[in-house]
Each structure stands twice: as C-alpha cells, then as structure tokens.
Design a protein around this ligand. Structure first.
Ligand code: MRU
Length: 377
C-alpha cells in the first residue's frame, strides 16, 4: 500500500538476500522508520516489542526470523531452539506458530547445508500468500459493502473498526481494511470510525495513519464511543480482525473487541470479522477457555506516549505511582455474536460446519503439523 506516493510492504527481503527489512511500527505515526533485522535475536525482539505486529505480519516475520537463525546455524539444535524462541515472542496470534510449522515442515529432513535457502524461500512464499489472501478477503468484503451501500443510496457507509487490522498488520492490504480500500477505490462513499485502542493506541496511531495515507475518510474515537454511535444509527457495520479463531468460530482479537460485539448485537449492527485462514486454530473448540491471552507490561497502560509541542516524542505517566495495573492484550468474542467471517474463500457463518467445509485442508494440516513440532517431541 502507499506511504506518501511510494508503494510499500511491511516486510521484505533486503538486496543482500539475507537481512529482513521492516517498517518500525513503534515509531509511527510521528516518524516513518525502516530497519533491517540481521539475526534471530533481532527478529524475536522486533516481534516481542511490536516493531512488527498484527497476526499475519507476526507470522511472516517469524518465518523470516527462522530463516535468519538457520543462515547462522542450520543444525538440528538451532532448528529446535530458534523455533522455541520465536514461538515464545508473542503467545496469542496463532499465525506465528503456523508460519514456524510451515518452515519447519519445509526444512526438516534436509541436509543442514540447504536449510537456510529453503527456509528463506518458504518465508517468501508465506509473505506472498498473505498478500493474495488479503486481496481475496478484500474482494469478498467488497461484495458485502456494495450490498450495504445499495441499501442506502447516496449516503456514506459508516464502518467501525478496532485496533489495526490494516495493511500494517499484514504484509499488504490488511484484513479488515482490504474491503474498505477496495470500496474507496471503487467510489463507494465510506467513512471509518477508528477506535483509539488503548493501551497501545494501534487505532489512533496506525489505522488512522494508514487510512490517511490513502485518503480514506475516517474519525478517531475514544474506545468507549462505539456503543453511543451505534445507538444513534451512525454505524452501519463493524469489521475487525482476529489473532486466533477456533474451529467453532470464536474469535480472539485486541482487548475491547468483545464489548464492541455486545454493543453491535444490542443495536442490530452487523459484526464481521476478517481473517486469513492461517488465523484459524482448528485444534481449539472454546475460545474463552482455551486461547492464551497475552498479558503485557503494565507500563504500556500506565504511560502514554505522544508528540510534544516542540516535535519530540515523550512518555507521560497517567496512573498514580503505586497503583497496580493489569494489561490484558486480547479478549474473545464468542461465535454467537459474529455475523460473518470474511475469509479468502468467502463470507462464512461463524460455526464449525462452515469453517470445516471451507478449509478442510487447513483443518487436517493443523493437526498434522502440531504433532510434529519440537515442543511436542
Ligand atoms: O497487539 P497487536 O497490535 O499485534 O494486535 C493486533 C490485532 O489485534 C489485530 O486486530 C489482529 O492481529 C488482526 S490483524 C489483521
């Protein structure tokens, strides 16, 4: 997607064929910075500190991080230890583990001398697949938006989104934003309500930034505003992303998503979740009971960072010294609150039958791969 007039992706292989280029998302929206990851340790750090974030991008970054590790040391020991280090970097987005399993399956059994080359190739394919998947999600979501726009001719379609499930969260296009970008390009009048998404403000900092780069009309709102707007008829639909989707259609996304789904149900506002199939964890049945919810450092909540009047970036404390804080990063929205899942294979009902019918290959592969991981040995 566009940064200024430049076409960019969030992650790329550097010209030396080894280093991995990324956009450092911790610097946005105040500074646009790229950096090169040269080691496994740098890849783990970039994922854990959220220089790269968003489930699909975490997956691509982990795959490239695995390749970096194998370029440095292609031994069996490195294969197992790099897997563990990357898998532990962030616990909730299942794309991370999916991507590691893909690379592991590609290199396992090969002589060490060729493992890095094969790992880079598979990582590159994962990145390309992500772009194609998100473009397909965009197409299916666009049909949905066309239908809703036709119901209110001449009026703007108001879409609420939470966190950043935009192109910055993927290799390109985004999941929740892909239909929005396509609708905007097609001339459908869209406007996006952007939840700020405390504590890390991915909505205010990232979604607003990328929509702005593309000229998509949007308004940033405080996290608690969505219900009020829905009551006033100012939200036509909600589209969010997901970090892990169970076999039964429960979705785990950025903290606060569940409350939006409840408000949407109470106000009969359609609540859609856009997801690439690597986000589906076919080994899980009950999202609330089984999905690991990441808890991050309390400083993310206690401190707020932003640009100062003199153009610098500073952090200020908004919680009294000594008050305990709890920073849960995700919550689970049960399938019963989800109107539909926008996937690369169409818009599905959020239930076991629809997911298994659409992705029989993924369901089988997930079970097989899980049995092969080093952790399971
Ligand atoms: O903690 P983050 O910023 O990695 O969380 C991102 C989200 O919650 C996204 O909505 C999700 O990963 C879907 S991205 C297409």
């Amino acid at each position: 997607m566009k940064v200024g007039n430049r076409q960019m992706r969030t992650i790329w292989l550097e010209p030396d064929g080894r280093g991995i280029g990324i956009i450092d998302q911790t610097a946005l929206p105040h500074r646009f910075e790229t950096r090169t990851l040269a080691t496994l340790e740098e890849a783990v750090e970039a994922i854990a500190t959220m220089r790269v974030r968003g489930a699909p991008l975490i997956g691509a970054a982990a795959a490239y991080g695995y390749a970096l590790a194998l370029a440095a040391d292609p031994s069996d020991g490195s294969l197992a230890s790099a897997y563990r280090a990357l898998a532990a970097a962030r616990p909730t987005a299942v794309n991370l583990r999916w991507a590691l399993d893909q690379v592991l399956a590609a290199v396992r059994g090969l002589p060490p001398a060729v493992r890095a080359e094969v790992a880079y190739r598979r990582a590159g394919e994962i990145a390309e697949e992500d772009v194609a998947i998100n473009r397909a999600i965009g197409g299916h979501g666009l049909s949905l938006l066309r239908g809703l726009a036709a119901e209110k001719p001449g009026r703007t379609l108001n879409i609420l989104t939470h966190c950043n499930a935009g192109w910055l969260a993927t290799v390109d296009w985004g999941t929740a934003t892909a239909p929005i970008y396509l609708a905007h390009e097609e001339g459908i009048p869209v406007h996006v309500w952007v939840d700020e998404t405390r504590p890390r403000n991915q909505g205010a900092a990232l979604t607003a930034w990328e929509l702005g780069q593309h000229g998509v009309p949007h308004t940033v709102i405080a996290d608690n505003t969505g219900g009020h707007l829905m009551q006033r008829g100012e939200v036509d639909l909600v589209i969010v992303g997901t970090d892990r989707t169970t076999a039964t259609g429960d979705v785990c996304n950025k903290i606060g998503t569940y409350l939006k789904a409840l408000a949407a149900r109470d106000n009969r506002v359609p609540f859609y979740v856009a997801l690439p199939s690597p986000t589906i964890d076919f080994t899980l049945e009950d999202g609330v009971a089984e999905i690991p919810i990441e808890e991050r450092h309390g400083d993310e909540l206690a401190l707020v960072s932003g640009r100062t009047a003199d153009g610098g970036v500073a952090s200020v404390r908004v919680v009294p010294d000594g008050s305990p804080v709890a920073n849960y990063a995700f919550d689970v929205t049960p399938a019963r609150l989800v109107t539909g899942l926008i996937t690369e294979r169409g818009v599905l009902r959020a239930n076991r039958e629809s997911l298994a019918d659409a992705f029989p290959d993924r369901a089988a592969a997930a079970h097989a791969a899980r049995a092969l991981t080093p952790a399971a040995e």
